[in-house]
Design a protein around this ligand. Structure first.
Ligand SMILES: [Zn+2]
Length: 407
């Protein structure tokens, strides 16, 4: 094992190079904990044995020994417990090279990764979350490290992550890191897709991105969009130039708010207990009042989910299964997640996914099977109309609103 230089990366993570491979200090702390755990057990065993054969002759030696052992144990408990459950949460760059693929296009890949990191930073800043972005694995000069992995088969075989995974070395299978695979010699990473991305959640905090290196897909917006998926962002239905929607250049506020607490965007990267779903209630009918001067009332569906969480909840969002588009979101408040979505947005879906994040950045994705609620019919529609004919349209709507709310 060759121990190389030790440095603090751009993001302030102390990194040590072993055999030229960067190992963050947290890994070393885990290893230390393991070794000293063994030593501690040995010491405890010996102390028990010594006490069993206790004699006055032994007394001084044992007392010194116990004192020393206790001190040593306390010192290492303090040292190693501080590192307990801390993980690096770093985005790694990989060039996956099938047998027929060209050599690694290093300059372009490094530039895309740096641009993607800069894109997230400028959007977080624009939306008032400060100048923060995800941690990227870089060398001592701040350049992205590219792991080159040789595929054993030609490129047309690698149309899924399941096909890629068996060819990966173990250190690139860690589900607590996000791995961005630039797929060599490929124009589409699966039929019709320039890129794909998904997160691991619910205890694991990593994700997978696979993106094309030939043609259209080898560009910033594709890498940034797929990386968004790996962070737990999903499709945005709103009009506008949204990266997670039809555009390329903007994050929406609720997306930046989600990233603000995400493990990859924070230097406090502890993993605690993830939130747990306690109960998914039957959906209810609600009237949703649209914003603006010419407000309208639209039919809505209310999702109500009880959650238990060690930390306060930060954000909940519902995405529909058909196209993984976000149809509603809410800020964390108490232990019940209430999200009202437009009925028209989920009319064709019976499956949705709920994402819940706590203020420590731990999140889960939970599948919900649901049925649409019945729409209550006004009892005496005609009478209401006649009575309301004399009042202004605004008052009329307010009356209907009040009525719907009381049902
Ligand atoms: Zn997408």
């Amino acid at each position: 094992m060759r121990i190389g230089h030790f440095w603090f990366g751009r993001q302030g993570i102390p990194t040590l190079f072993l055999n030229g491979y960067p190992v963050t200090i947290t890994y070393l702390q885990h290893a230390t904990k393991h070794i000293f755990g063994k030593i501690r057990n040995m010491l405890l065993e010996n102390i028990v044995k010594e006490w069993c054969f206790f004699t006055p002759m032994y007394f001084m030696r044992i007392r010194q020994f116990v004192f020393f052992a206790i001190l040593l144990t306390i010192a290492f408990f303090v040292f190693t417990d501080a590192a307990d459950a801390k993980l690096p949460f770093i985005v790694r760059t990989i060039y996956f090279q099938p047998t027929n693929a060209p050599d690694v296009p290093s300059v372009k890949i490094k530039s895309l990764m740096k641009q993607t990191q800069a894109f997230y930073r400028s959007e977080m800043e624009r939306l008032d979350y400060g100048s923060k972005t995800f941690r990227l694995e870089t060398d001592g000069n701040g350049e992205p490290i590219i792991h080159v992995v040789q595929g054993r088969r030609p490129s047309h075989v690698y149309t899924s992550y399941q096909a890629v995974e068996p060819d990966l070395p173990n250190h690139l299978k860690n589900k607590n890191n996000i791995h961005v695979f630039f797929m060599g010699g490929m124009q589409f990473v699966k039929p019709g897709a320039l890129g794909v991305g998904f997160p691991f959640s619910g205890g694991a905090c990593g994700g997978i991105v696979r993106t094309a290196t030939l043609g259209e897909g080898f560009r910033l917006s594709v890498v940034a969009h797929e990386l968004g998926h790996a962070f737990g962002l999903y499709h945005n239905l709103k009009k506008g130039n949204f990266l997670m929607g039809h555009g390329r250049t903007e994050l929406d506020d609720y997306e930046a708010r989600w990233l603000d607490k995400h493990h990859y965007f924070n230097s406090i990267h502890e993993i605690n207990a993830v939130p747990k779903i306690v109960k998914v209630h039957q959906t209810e009918h609600v009237a949703i009042r649209t914003k603006g001067v010419n407000f309208q009332e639209k039919e809505g569906v209310r999702f109500r989910i009880d959650v238990s969480s060690r930390n306060a909840l930060h954000q909940g969002q519902i995405l529909r299964a058909s196209d993984t588009a976000i149809v509603g979101w809410t800020k964390g408040n108490g232990t019940t997640i209430l999200i009202d979505v437009l009925r028209s947005d989920v009319i064709r879906d019976r499956t949705a996914y709920l994402e819940v994040m706590d203020v420590q950045g731990n999140y889960i994705i939970h599948t919900i099977q649901f049925t649409l609620p019945k729409i209550p019919q006004p009892e005496n529609d005609v009478e209401t109309k006649e009575k309301d004919a004399s009042v202004s349209p605004k008052k009329k709507l307010t009356a209907i609103w009040a009525k719907l709310k009381s049902i």
